[in-house]
Design a protein around this ligand. Structure first.
Ligand SMILES: [Ca+2]
Length: 190
């Protein structure tokens, strides 16, 4: 009997591993269904808001180039006090372990003004967690990739039911240089 139970348990684990594997394959390595992760569909799936120009938040215009493709999100950099934001509610499958948010950021140098970028995730119960924060001091010449583990909220960990989560990037400040974001994915635990 104990051997039978062992087999059943193994079978159950295999079935869930298979479902997980199929989901990963379906979404090209991602564990979350983020729509338009590289903004190449002009931000379909994302909600962009700006106190200056919401239509310019997801763009393919210069002088800044995308990390992949031609479109990227460009938050802030208006040279006057502003607040720009992109957010997306997406479907999140149960995963084994603690998934990470992977995204690329470029922070062009700015000699004047201040700016701040906050990256947050909200669970289906409305609880918001800070994932990463950038300021003027974090400027770089090019694009950099970050992989941030999701918070140890039960919804984001193994055995949780499928659910929605919301990802939020918010930039505030008066700097003339923006924050650039591209290639936003939820990836498997390391
Ligand atoms: Ca892109």
């Amino acid at each position: 009997m104990s051997a039978m139970r062992g087999i059943k348990r193994t079978a159950a684990v295999s079935a869930s591993a298979l479902a997980l594997s199929l989901f990963w394959q379906h979404s090209a390595g991602a564990v979350g269904g983020i729509v338009d992760p590289s903004f190449e569909n002009r931000g379909g799936g994302w909600v962009a808001t700006s106190s200056v120009n919401p239509k310019a938040v997801i763009n393919n215009t210069g002088p800044y180039r995308a990390n992949a493709g031609v479109y990227k999100a460009q938050l802030g950099g208006h040279g006057s006090l502003s607040r720009d934001e992109i957010k997306q509610s997406f479907f999140m499958a149960p995963v084994l372990g603690r998934p990470r948010l992977s995204f690329w950021v470029q922070i062009p140098r700015s000699a004047t003004g201040w700016r701040e970028l906050n990256v947050e995730i909200k669970n289906s119960r409305g609880m918001t967690y800070a994932l990463k924060n950038f300021t003027n001091k974090d400027w770089t010449e090019g694009w950099r990739q970050f992989r941030v583990p999701l918070p140890p909220d039960a919804e984001f960990l193994s055995n949780s039911k499928p659910h929605t989560a919301e990802l939020i990037f918010t930039a505030t400040g008066n700097s003339k240089a923006p924050f650039l974001i591209d290639d936003v994915h939820l990836v498997a635990p390391s």
